[in-house]
Design a protein around this ligand. Sequence first.
Ligand SMILES: *Cc1c(COP(=O)(O)O)cnc(C)c1O
Length: 363
Amino acid sequence: MKPSDLAKPFVLSYPAYVPGRPIEDVARDMGLDPSGVVKMASNENPFGPSPMAVLAARRAMDQAQLYPDGGCHALKERLARHHGLSPGQFVIGNGSNEVIEFLGHVFLNPGDEVVMGLPEFVVYKLVAILFGAKPVEVPLVAFRNDLGALARAITPRTKLVVVATPNNPTGTANSEAELLDFVRSLPGSVICVVDEAYSDFADRPPDIRPLIREGRNVIGLRTFSKVYGLASLRVGYGYAGAELAALLDRVRQPFNVNAIAQAAAVAALDDLKFAQSCVLETRKGLRRLEAGFAALGLEFVPSQANFILARVGDGKRVFEALQRRGVIVRPVDNYGLPEWIRVTAGTAEQNERLLTELAAAVR
Ligand SMILES: *Cc1c(COP(=O)(O)O)cnc(C)c1O
């Protein structure tokens, strides 16, 4: 028998995650100098990593012969202070993507349903499929998660319902009032996952801690990949009631988060000035991109995140034209938005470059 004859059926039909293309890749393909290629495709921080995090990571390298603290004690203590919760309410992952996988390990049986927006961050769908569960996708309305429709999609088979706010790839947010009402209306058999990967960039991100205090089945997910600029180190976390956090903690590999990442994450939380200035610059960048899109006659979706959707006609064609010109953005046809591209807000210089190349690409 071939290995594929032995594999679980859903592995064979498992869709691949298509990441933003690395700069080196594109430069090689297009015959460009990598130093002239700009990546605005993966919502990374264009201002680099927090400098304090880099120092801490360098120091942690001196102890690289030791296994990391699998319990992430220092990071949980620091996060507890940051959020006003207790260390036992956190679960740390190799990126918040890994926490999504923990949710699958703990809760998803074959045949269970996971309710999510359409489109919403694709990893939720992938993890549902990986565990033999069924993704139930509920169309957004005006690019926003429709919480009423999400609630109506819940059945006795539903285990998880996902609300990413701000959502990826749309950048739209739900208000605190509507989110709290939604979670309070859920049956006790459902866990609500609130993905807050971009909440640092939002004007008024919902505070879900009252729900946690009330004992609701809810978990917030955060990441160090975006505003803290540590995407390559892979560290993110969930926060919830202590019982839910402990269940998720049980299924992780003993040393899932390396010591360099743990040290960098602790230091990044101390680097308030860096995060604040990144948020300010990102907002300025979004305003500039909006003005530039408008000047080109392109529709856009006002964003609460660090990226923005622009309607360019044939998204795939414009993505390729931009790539030839050394600017990498994200086509979103796989999210059901073939006329759009998603652009990460860059530095002032990167934003100008994107707008110049885009003007040529859409002409
Ligand atoms: C970027 C992103 C994440 C973060 O992923 P990491 O694994 O922490 O890098 C999570 N959720 C959404 C919606 C994202 O866009």
